[in-house]
Ligand binder design. Structure first.
Ligand code: SAH
Length: 252
């Protein structure tokens, strides 16, 4: 156990913990140990019910889930919940889907804790891009297909991001879009305009790693049409590695 971990700490402490993409068996040993000991668990919509069944039955559960365009709890209030609970000398587990530092706003929550001088630790989780593609039989890299991989947010406008579409469209790379369903038409247009072939293979992985997992495949020219058939949470994967799904799919 590390020196700053909970057993060594008197007073409040926050563990920012990644819960992985859904399958409870993909929790890390450390994550499991922490959720079984936590006094307070602050959790998101993306943390699966099967994982919530594993938490300390005596823990106080605080739900701060959000949906696109329907923020149940604004981020600054979530930050404040963490501060308030920790200041009551509690061990708080902030449990997030996937990895807390990948499109999880974990950094923002820790910045607030740092300002308030509340000690914390970070427990990485299996991010959706890694977990869902593994369960879909889609290797993110492959010597014959992709030498690099990009994780990209599909919240293109909101985050005011200036995405370098030309760099993403050079080929030999795998593109993984998180939160991309609503922007799928835009993503398709931008990639094709920047020169990526419309024949490039794509996959949409819905509810990856869970018993409800579905993988929809096609080409870039069909991306927005296929996306209309998919439900949240879904990942969009663009690149020729997705063509391996038909051969390597082992889970469904
Ligand atoms: N921190 C998380 C990502 C949060 S953003 C992580 O590291 O995985 C939320 C987005 O993640 C969703 O909109 C979806 O694109 C993706 N996602 C998370 N879990 C998923 C799952 N089980 N199946 C498919 N996509 C998932």
């Amino acid at each position: 156990m590390t020196s700053n971990s909970i057993s060594a700490n008197q007073g409040g402490f926050v563990s920012l913990v990644g819960a992985g993409p859904g399958d409870p068996d993909l929790l890390t040993v450390k994550a499991l140990r922490l959720i079984q000991k936590a006094e307070v668990i602050v959790y998101d919509r993306l943390v699966s019910p099967e994982i919530m069944e594993l938490v300390n039955p005596n823990a106080e559960l605080i739900y701060v889930g959000k949906r696109l365009n329907h923020h149940c709890v604004p981020q600054d209030q979530i930050n404040q919940v963490l501060v308030d609970q920790a200041q009551q000398d509690k061990h708080v587990v902030r449990l997030k889907g996937g990895d807390p530092f990948i499109f999880g706003r974990g950094g923002e929550e820790l910045e607030k804790l740092a300002i308030e001088q509340i000690p914390f630790e970070v427990v990485p989780g299996i991010t959706a891009a890694a977990g869902c593609t593994a369960y879909a039989g889609i290797p993110l890299t492959h010597r014959d297909h992709a030498q690099s991989v990009h994780f990209i947010t599909g919240h293109l406008k909101k985050e005011g991001m200036d995405i370098d579409w030309a760099a993403l469209s050079k080929g030999n790379t795998t593109l993984v879009f998180y939160m991309g369903l609503k922007e799928s038409g835009n993503i398709q247009d931008k990639l094709v305009s920047a020169g990526l072939s419309e024949e490039t293979s794509i996959a949409i992985i819905e509810r990856g790693t869970t018993p409800q997992q579905r993988v929809l495949t096609g080409t870039l020219s069909q991306l927005s049409t296929i996306a209309q058939k998919a439900a949240s949470p879904s990942l969009i994967v663009v690149g020729s590695v997705t063509s391996l799904h038909s051969q390597l799919n082992w889970f469904e």
